[in-house]
Design a protein around this ligand. Structure first.
Ligand code: HEM
Length: 505
């Protein structure tokens, strides 16, 4: 009886899978989207069995050679369309229709909830509306002091290793700095991660990012039940670390709400304070904005706020870490560019390396702007993004059916020789001399769901990188990077440099 039921169910699955795939494959064929033949039920999943976050770059390259800049694959019963063509980027990213994220992001859900990154429809619109004014330049200006203070801590700590010989992997160093920065700007708390490197929250973030990125491409880990059966120890670690991060943000939110209610009760309700070593500053953290915001006249609950704060903590630190570390790596390996940067810094800020940098000075560092742009092009911190079509849509003249997973391969597109001359070379001047298609250069994405933290990120990057260059000469030491597309772009061999204290002659 059981065997008959099982066989009946299995036959039903096979027929359903066959009909579903035949219908969609026909639509893809009509739209001119090629792809490999797949097996019943499994689709093309076996193609990925030996792939990992490091080999993905080469895998995408080989698919592109075979099928062009747009192709499709089947992950079990789910279709996926992969795109690395700026023409498609333009129609996908500027569309007001295609704003939902694809189901790779669902793996982030237990951690980030339905925050700005993952939400869609009216919830996303309402939240985006609350946050947009928060990223106004005037507000970001108040964070420049935090960027400067935390990068000073980073520079001080790095002197211990600045002997001109020691290989330094910048990623873990910058990660703690970026974490200190985002905790203070997003939550209004100092977590002193740099002074306490074993900070459990930082460890949890790194480990959870790695587990989730592996789950994206490992067939046995992709869905919850097989994941729990085949890798129970990893599933347990994931759960434990997510609880740790949630407990941390919950505590901060509760404390800030009490402080806000107290200030309302005693009539002193002004933008909340973040105290620092120098005294007390009036400054609004992102969390404070949320505590005082309403949607349809109702304040946001602690749970609503937690998903947004977790999203900012995630989106706002690993990304900038990747960007800063890779850009330092490139600067270290291009001494002539480093010299130009240092000359500009001396001209704009002067020779006192301990002076705090001002917003105006940061804005005047124009050469640094293009160096960072080129760093983000070669090593985009967010190498892949995804969308899901909620209804049939025409994108770049092709009909893409409803419920199609679209994966936009930013890393590949940013090195496309059709759009960038000598695409693998580090040439900041290309941003002055070449006419660059705005949809070919999209490290922050584009359109309605672009990165809300773009200006914040660029200011933070300019502040930290200029601080390092004021204190140190960056040297080309250690192994070359081996890019890993692990949610954000990391390197399997570290992002290595050497440092020597800067001599002002
Ligand atoms: C160099 C650093 C950064 C890069 C390259 C970057 C890149 C991106 C990209 C490509 C997206 C689109 C994601 C998607 O479509 O799924 C995005 C979205 C987002 N980013 Fe960033 N980001 C950076 C820094 C930041 C920072 C510092 C913050 C916060 C302070 C932030 C907050 C967000 C948020 C909340 C979203 C979701 C926006 C929405 O969907 O409305 N990012 N970022």
């Amino acid at each position: 009886m059981f065997l008959e039921l099982f066989l009946g169910f299995f036959t039903f699955l096979l027929i359903w899978d066959f009909i579903h795939k035949r219908r969609k494959n026909k639509l893809f064929k009509n739209a001119g989207i090629p792809g490999p033949k797949g097996l019943p039920l499994l689709g093309n999943i076996l193609k990925l069995i030996n792939e990992n976050t490091e080999t993905l770059t080469y895998f995408n390259k080989s698919m592109r050679t075979k099928y062009g800049k747009i192709w499709r694959m089947w992950f079990f019963h789910q279709d996926r369309v992969f795109v690395q063509d700026p023409k498609y980027f333009e129609s996908i990213l500027s569309s007001q229709q295609v704003i939902s994220k694809n189901n790779s992001y669902s793996l982030l859900l237990p951690w980030l909830g339905d925050g700005l990154l993952l939400s869609t429809g009216s919830k996303w619109h309402a939240r985006r509306k609350i946050f947009t004014p928060t990223f106004h330049f005037k507000i970001l200006e108040q964070f420049v002091e935090i960027f400067d203070q935390q990068s000073t801590v980073m520079a001080k700590k790095l002197y211990d290793k600045a002997d001109g010989k020691t290989v330094i992997d910048m990623f873990p160093v910058v990660c703690l700095t970026a974490l200190d920065i985002i905790a203070e700007t997003a939550m209004g708390v100092k977590i002193n991660a740099q002074m306490n490197p074993d900070f459990p929250y930082a460890k949890a973030v790194t480990e959870v990012s790695q587990i989730i990125a592996t789950r994206v491409i490992k067939g046995n880990q992709r869905y919850d039940i097989p994941f729990m059966i085949t890798a129970p120890h990893i599933a347990f670690r994931l759960k434990k670390h997510i609880s740790l991060m949630h407990d941390f943000t919950d505590t901060v939110i509760k404390e800030r709400r009490v402080a806000l209610e107290k200030s309302i009760a005693d009539g002193s309700n002004k933008p909340l304070d973040v105290s620092d070593d120098m005294g007390v500053k009036k400054r609004m953290a992102f969390l404070d904005v949320l505590l005082q915001s309403t949607v349809d006249g109702k304040p946001l609950s602690n749970a609503d706020i937690r998903e947004e704060v977790d999203t900012f903590m995630f989106e706002g630190h690993d990304t900038t870490t990747s960007g800063i570390s890779h850009t330092c790596y490139l600067i270290a390996r291009h001494p002539e560019i480093q010299q130009k940067l240092f000359d500009e810094i001396r001209q704009v800020i002067g020779d006192d390396k301990n002076k705090a940098i001002t917003t105006r000075e940061l804005q005047e560092l124009k050469y640094l702007d293009i160096v960072i742009k080129e760093g983000l092009r070669l090593y985009p911190p967010v190498p892949i993004i995804g969308r899901m079509t909620d209804s049939d849509v025409v994108l770049n003249g092709k009909l893409i059916p409803a419920n199609t997973n679209i994966t936009l391969l930013l890393y590949a597109a940013l090195r496309d020789p059709e759009y960038f001359s000598n695409p693998d070379e580090f040439i900041p001047e290309r941003f002055l001399n070449e006419k660059i298609d705005p949809f070919a250069n999209v490290p922050f994405s584009a359109g309605p769901r672009n990165c809300i933290g773009q200006k914040f990120a660029l200011l933070e990057m300019k502040s930290t990188i200029s601080k390092l260059l004021r204190h140190f000469e960056l040297l080309p030491l250690g192994a070359e990077v081996r890019p890993m597309q692990n949610l954000i772009l990391r390197s399997a061999s570290g992002i290595n440099v050497g440092l020597r204290p800067r001599v002002y002659s």
